[in-house]
Design a protein around this ligand. Sequence first.
Ligand SMILES: [Zn+2]
Length: 501
Amino acid sequence: MRFLVKPLNRYIEVLAEGKEGIVTFPTWVPGSYIIRELERFVVEIDGVRIGKNKFYVKNRFRYLVQALSKDQRELISTSNYLFINPPALFPFQTFDEEYCVKIDTNWQIHTTLRRVGDWFCAENYHEFVDSPIQASPNLKVIDIDENHKISTIDNIEDLFIKSLAKCIDEISKIFPNDIKEKYIFFFRRSDLNFGGIEHENSSAIVTTWDNKELIRLFVHEYFHRFNVKKIRPKDLKINYETESYTELLWFAEGITEYIATIIPLRAKVANINETLNYIANTLAWLTFPGIRRMSLAESSYTTWIKYYRKDNNFANIGISYYQLGLIVGLIMDLEMIKNGNSIYDLFKELYKIKEYTYEDIREISEKLGVSNLDELVYSRNPPIFNRLSEYFEIRFIDKGSPYYGLMLEGKKVIFVEDNSPADMAGIIQGDEIVAVDGAIKGLEYKDSIKLLINREGRLIELVVTLGKNPGHNLIIRGKGEIFKRWSGYDEGEGKSELKII
Ligand SMILES: [Zn+2]
């Protein structure tokens, strides 16, 4: 199929050419585990609707799409900027045919699609939709090294570019060959934080202006070039119209997050205490009831309906495979290092397999020194603190301290821990604290306090009795031979800063 794209303000007009017959608009975007219903952007089409996301069309047809999403998984078109994640704009007929696009603009255009005259082409639909397009009169290219670039309309500090180059260099120790292929980071600052999405030869990152933690985000997306794109869970199939289930997102995402945590450390662009602070905060989020209710494998299976649809109660009902996956990656790496290997060796072995199963991961990990991976992946409430205690001293600094069990954003309750004093008193997320003991003041620790709450516009009074913190915030301290081999430092300390009252 061929598409001539005309960017308009807030809309994109497309003249398409294919065979007379059915076209299908994707239902989801690979790399993001939620049904997005991309047909919802179509506002006009020359064709007969024959289903939710299908039309019968002539061999040439025109359609108009709304392009107002700042999310790099979707589309935006303004008077000076265009970003297309192709599954959000282009329907398919058959997968194994050439797909080409031409953008009707004299702006700078960046894409990893193959250039053919004025057109950009891919061998098949899969490659076509894995290749975003960014255009703007203000677009610039920042070279990271010979093969890696950033395409952006924003400024990026030189120091960051140098740090990223060092991280890519560190990753080349694991995958020495593929690193020489061309790669683009599409990057934009925004008023919302959308994070990143991976593609084989690029990634697209949209984050807020105040986000200073860019390096981990860039390294995470870059590592997906390997873990998910070149090597991937065998059961993670792409079907553009339905959900696809795997129990291995903890490995595809969580272990990638672990790699993104240690690569800056190994590349000496993050120091040990920063790294341990991040690990401490990750661990702190794993001290809530959710870890007793959902295993790592379950969190992967259910991501479409739980993690991707989470609300503020999520820490009570489940775990993030990013967070627990990161910690399991840490445990695996330490146990491998203890045996003279490392998680780099695991990836080198998986690279030979390309499409991996859990059995592959377990078998190779066992050979490299990891014992009982099953209990970390399949049990609810896995013994992570116990397994880490061989390498780190971990101390819960708030255990036994005065506690109500809630988190606040201003006066608004954003989280209530199950079975905490706040829960027992009847507080729920979304409640606004109007008065404390009859006065307009902040919360303080007392044996019992009377809260005047605004819930859905109604005032209610609730009495909360002080309890004891079960232990959420912690200090993680590392030293010793294995710690040194893992971090390159003699010792280090990290501290979590979860704001739970
Ligand atoms: Zn990811």
